[in-house]
Design a protein around this ligand. Structure first.
Ligand SMILES: [Fe+2]
Length: 287
């Protein structure tokens, strides 16, 4: 096994040059790389989605299901395809518009797009360091608020078939920053107030790791300051400018596996037109 950093990248590349299987990698070393670098790319191991799941299980206490993504295989209900469509996906942390942000997002590549479709990522620590003093003061002094509405079918998928309104209350009661309302049609409206700057899980560093840009750009998303006032577009543009200079790229090859620290890194993707592109994902909490 050979490890080095990708050129011009903050990710750690673990390259298989011994015809090893991914299951033979030493877990403690791998975990150490993950904690240090936050993005680890395993190349040359020919990982398929079943192997991704098996490998992820060694690190994870539990998996989370994403409500929007197609499940790949009914026996393997946590492995999903990535966001549907072929459009550009703006930077976000997974589920960071809610209190259910997983620790790790796993991706593996079945078929890369012939052109485009690269996964993009940004180190939230660097984004925070590069923001102007004025913006940093703004996000230190003001929290942000995400509004979301989940039809009953969505929360049943998230909580499990057979989940009831009582389960919803049990899950949502007492979460800091969260208020919710159960509507007449059993849909749930939630308001989640949080800081745009968070402490990373490993290293306790400040990171601008959130879903602000993606929700701002999403026509269905609603994000404001905590008091309900609008976030000025000039603020969004300034953040975007800083991030444009910090964009990093995963140039997919078939069989690649990536693990991303969702408490520190934002991710997105380039658009593509190739219908054959297959990237699988998995969300988990670490042990
Ligand atoms: Fe995502």
């Amino acid at each position: 096994m050979e490890t080095h950093t990708l050129s011009n990248s903050s990710a750690k590349l673990i390259h298989n040059n011994k015809e090893q299987s991914i299951s033979q990698l030493p877990i403690p070393d791998t975990l150490e790389s993950f904690k240090t670098f936050g993005v680890v790319l395993f190349r040359g191991f020919g990982v398929d989605y079943q192997q991704m799941k098996n490998f992820a299980e060694k690190f994870s206490s539990r998996f989370v299901l994403d409500k929007d993504r197609p499940i790949v295989d009914p026996r393997n209900k946590y492995v999903t395809l990535v966001d549907p469509g072929m459009h550009y996906v703006s930077p976000h942390c997974e589920n960071a518009n809610s209190p259910f942000r997983p620790d790790v997002i796993w991706f593996c590549c079945g078929v890369p797009a012939a052109q485009g479709g690269e996964t993009l990522y940004w180190d939230g620590i660097r984004v925070w360091q590069e923001l102007s003093e004025e913006l940093r003061q703004l996000f230190i002094s003001k929290k942000i608020k995400f509004l979301q509405k989940f039809p009953a079918a969505d929360w049943k998928r998230f909580l499990g078939v057979g989940a009831t309104v009582a389960d919803v209350k049990r899950t949502l009661n007492g979460i800091p920053g969260l208020t919710y309302n159960i509507n007449e049609d059993q849909s749930i409206s939630i308001e989640y107030v949080c800081s745009a700057v968070v402490k990373t899980k490993y290293g306790n560093q400040d990171a601008f790791a959130n879903s602000l840009i993606a929700e701002y750009k999403n026509p269905r998303g609603v994000v404001t300051f905590a008091d309900g006032s609008a976030i000025p577009s000039t603020v969004i543009n300034q953040i975007q400018q800083v991030m444009n200079n910090l964009t990093e790229v995963i140039p997919w090859q078939a069989g690649d596996l990536v693990m991303i620290d969702n408490s520190r890194f934002l991710h997105g993707r380039r658009s593509f037109t190739d219908k054959n592109r297959r990237i699988y994902s998995l969300l988990s909490y670490l042990k």
